[in-house]
Design a protein around this ligand. Structure first.
Ligand code: HEM
Length: 387
């Protein structure tokens, strides 16, 4: 995506096999204008995904739920506003802030297990991967133990790039079944958690979330909040280990919040590719995009765009004083619902990790790290370090 931006300009038309045309947008300015244009929607306009219609992707595959389901991420306008407003009643800043002590405890517990390690440790397996799913379970009110382990396993299969379609289907169905039953259980045994908050959320006019809507909210939060956070923590660790002066500065100034923002800008876990569809012909840069043709948003191109962030845009630097806030959590109506939680969690994770292990270093060269092969998220598959 960064290369497309530099070599082909901010708006590139591409053709997929089967005559489908799409437009890849990669500069800060074009991505920003797509995300904030009321005429460019997320609409469940999945007509161009031929594989969804020609039988290649069976009805019960989870990918269908992600791009064609009835959840927040693919709704627009009044339907979207209604859901977000009901969710906001339960997913409050107070609830997120209240999770801080538990996030700290869970971070400490994971790191305690590494106390005796003297050799090479895979930080993804031992730390960055288990933490976010544990935090989401805490948020939902899922009890510790068997159920959490089960959710973690399901979530890993759903996000895996190597699971077979059959595995994904079976796992998707198991997760949906579990979440529906879990909501039912919470009705009888409420707690101080997001699920109970969603059950109680009600607008002044009496509008409430249905059981189905609640299930899809929990489902989406798990899908959207797990891998993104795993990779962001890991990407920040790589950036800091590759530039010890930045690490020293972060420690000296206790600047972990800046580390998180800088990782979101220059090494984000969400690289793209978010789809949108113009409702009318739209002019973007030099191009006119006809109504209905898919626009693919390359988030990864925005944070490193020299036109916005200068010639050293690609450099990880926590002392930057940019005028333009990054687009790492998106912008506009679909701005990341979990941004406050992700910020809090990544900050605690990094501060605690480097607080305990200030000498932590990569056990392999940076260019030997293997990354996910997804076009949505980017992060290391494994991160061998010496603590
Ligand atoms: C949406 C990034 C963590 C829940 C988004 C979007 C981005 C994003 C770029 C916008 C998608 C679009 O416009 O098409 C990230 C990053 C994260 C992160 C980089 C971690 C570092 C989380 C967490 C949660 C979460 C922890 C939940 C607890 C959501 C939801 C949406 C969303 C529900 C859809 C919002 C809507 O459509 O109204 N995220 N996210 N995310 N995110 Fe996050």
């Amino acid at each position: 995506l960064r290369r497309i931006r530099d070599e082909s300009g901010p708006v590139l038309p591409i053709e997929f096999p089967g005559e489908v045309k799409a437009w890849v947008v990669t500069s800060y300015e074009t991505v920003n204008s797509v995300l904030t244009n009321d005429d460019i929607l997320y609409r469940k306009n999945i007509a161009h995904f031929t594989a969804l219609h020609d039988g290649t992707i069976p009805d019960d595959w989870p990918i269908r739920q992600l791009i064609g389901g009835d959840h927040l991420l693919v709704l627009d306008g009044a339907e979207h506003r209604r859901l977000r407003s009901l969710i906001n009643r339960a997913f409050t800043p107070g609830r997120v802030a209240g999770l801080a002590p538990r996030i700290q405890e869970m971070t400490d517990e994971l790191l305690d297990r590494l106390a005796d390690e003297t050799g090479v440790v895979d930080l993804v397996k031992a730390f960055t991967e288990p933490l976010p799913v544990a935090v989401i379970c805490e948020l939902f009110g899922v009890p510790e133990g068997v159920e959490r382990n089960q959710i973690r396993e399901w979530s890993n299969v759903l996000l895996s790039h190597t699971a077979t379609p059959e595995e994904a289907t079976e796992t998707g169905a198991a997760l949906v079944g579990y979440l529906a039953a879990f909501i039912e259980r919470k009705r009888g045994a409420p707690g101080d958690d997001l699920t109970t908050g969603l059950i109680r959320a009600q607008e002044d006019d009496g509008d409430r979330l249905s059981d189905d809507e609640m299930m899809w909210i929990l489902w989406l939060v798990l899908i959207a909040g797990h891998e993104t956070t795993v990779h962001l923590i890991a990407n920040a660790v790589i950036a800091l280990c590759s530039d010890r002066a930045q690490l020293a500065l972060a420690q000296e100034r206790d600047a972990w919040a800046q580390v998180v923002e800088e990782a979101l800008r220059s090494r984000n876990s969400v690289v793209g590719v978010l789809f949108r569809y113009p409702q009318q012909d739209v002019r973007l840069g030099e191009a006119t995009i006809p109504a209905g043709e898919p626009i693919m948003i390359g988030i990864a191109g925005t944070g490193t765009d020299p036109a916005t962030y200068g010639e050293h845009a690609g450099r990880f630097d926590i002392t930057r004083e940019d005028q333009e806030p990054h687009l790492g959590f998106g912008r506009g109506p679909h701005f990341c619902l979990g941004a406050p939680l992700a910020r809090l969690e990544c900050r605690i994770a990094l501060a605690t990790l480097f607080g305990r292990y200030p000498e932590l270093e990569l056990a392999i060269k940076e260019d030997e790290i293997g990354y996910t092969s997804s076009f949505i998220t980017e992060g290391p598959l494994a991160l061998p370090v010496v603590l």
